[in-house]
Design a protein around this ligand. Sequence first.
Ligand code: SF4
Ligand code: SF4
Length: 209
Amino acid sequence: MDCSGCGASCCKNLVKERGDLEIGLFLLVHEKKKLTELAAEKGLGVEIQPLHYLETSWNEQKILTYQMINKDCEFLEGKTNKCTIYKDRPLVCRSYPIQCKLPNTDVEIDLDCKNTSEIPRVSKKFGIETISGKEEAEQNNRELFRSLNLEEEYQAYLKLRNIWFNMLTEYGRVGEATLHVYDHTRQELFPFIVLQNGEWLHRKIVEER
Ligand code: SF4
Ligand code: SF4
């Protein structure tokens, strides 16, 4: 993807509004560990907090994912706008501008990226909001992203989505569990999804409050 002249806007203002919540840069557990080590080596003040918690019916809590909540990414080199941990960058950076709307897994494209200026026109035709898991939609998305030269990004999105899906299903299978999303700006946990034996029931946050 050609990022020349953009000023790395995707690596700045990392905390974004998602529905009612403000969420930082999404990190899987192993990514959080790696980025914490790299930040320590480089002497950077990286701030990471939990994002998704799973609470089982026997009150066991498990942190599933984390969020980096620095305003701008500390790993971005200011003068050159280059990522200083490029080979270790998280999956969410690799898939950008294609994004998962977690905790759902719908495909979303960040239209703030200058490389997406052509996408709205094309997406109207394909409907990028198509739900994952439906073969026809998957095929359409694959063709769409190939035609936009975003095949690598789409592969990263699929990997991230599968890790997420497997994680939820694995814990959901053991019984009943509730997924919470942590909004660090309000220091609150919001119940979001109830899992029952591998099936999940979506609950709108607004209905919970
Ligand atoms: S991916 Fe998009 S927003 Fe990020 S640096 Fe490239 S053009 Fe800019
Ligand atoms: S890790 Fe690298 S690619 Fe990801 S937000 Fe930070 S600077 Fe950008």
